[in-house]
Design a protein around this ligand. Structure first.
Ligand code: ADP
Length: 179
């Protein structure tokens, strides 16, 4: 598939991922899949207490992998819990683990036949991954996956703060320009 067509399947939004009406949202979860802070806390609050019960049955999730629960009270049908790496200065395989986390989440969308999926900026909050580097990895992994898969049809990067949104937007601009 041409880069141009692939780029048009990726959309940027600034806001709260819990409010999106998509087939699946991705959670920046922790390896124990227990309710945390940040986007994970917001998703648990919005999905309701059934989410914690469903997560407890999954036996955790290794870093770089992703597991699925229903969306419960969310508009999204599914939640894909992806576990990003904690930034340890770049010496602990963090880049590959973050790429794997996006790739695994995308594989789950394919299995679920989820046509639309929204990602937060995984690992860039409490886990301390540098935002610029994380955004490059997110773009690269998603573009590569979409170029050879028809599902998901659309990927939304949902950025909470304007700084993250600007980083994603400047990468998008460069990609569109170079095309
Ligand atoms: P991690 O532990 O993987 O770093 P965090 O939840 O701490 O996860 O942060 C990941 C990103 O999610 C941060 O950029 C943070 O600003 C963002 N975030 C926090 N709440 C929301 C929300 N409701 N919707 C979308 N993104 C959010």
């Amino acid at each position: 598939m041409k880069l141009d067509e692939t780029l048009h399947r990726i959309e940027l939004i600034q806001g709260d991922i819990t409010r999106l009406k998509v087939d699946a949202i991705v959670n920046a979860a922790n390896a124990r899949l227990i309710k945390g802070g940040g986007v994970d806390g917001a998703i648990h609050r919005a999905a309701g207490p059934q989410l914690a019960e469903a997560c407890a049955k999954l036996n955790g999730c290794p870093t770089g992998h992703a597991k699925v629960t229903p969306g419960f009270n969310l508009k999204a049908k599914w939640i894909i819990h992806a576990v990003g790496p904690v930034w340890k200065g770049g010496v602990a395989n963090e880049k590959s683990l973050l790429a794997s986390c996006y790739h695994q989440a995308l594989l789950r969308t394919k299995e679920l036949e989820a046509k639309t999926v929204a990602f937060p900026a995984i690992s860039t909050g409490a886990y301390g991954f540098p935002s610029d580097l994380a955004a490059k990895i997110a773009w690269k992994t998603v573009l590569s996956f979409l170029s050879s898969n028809v599902i998901p049809n659309k990927v939304i990067f949902c950025l909470f703060d304007s700084k993250s949104y600007d980083i994603y937007a400047s990468i998008q601009k460069e990609l569109l320009k170079g095309n």
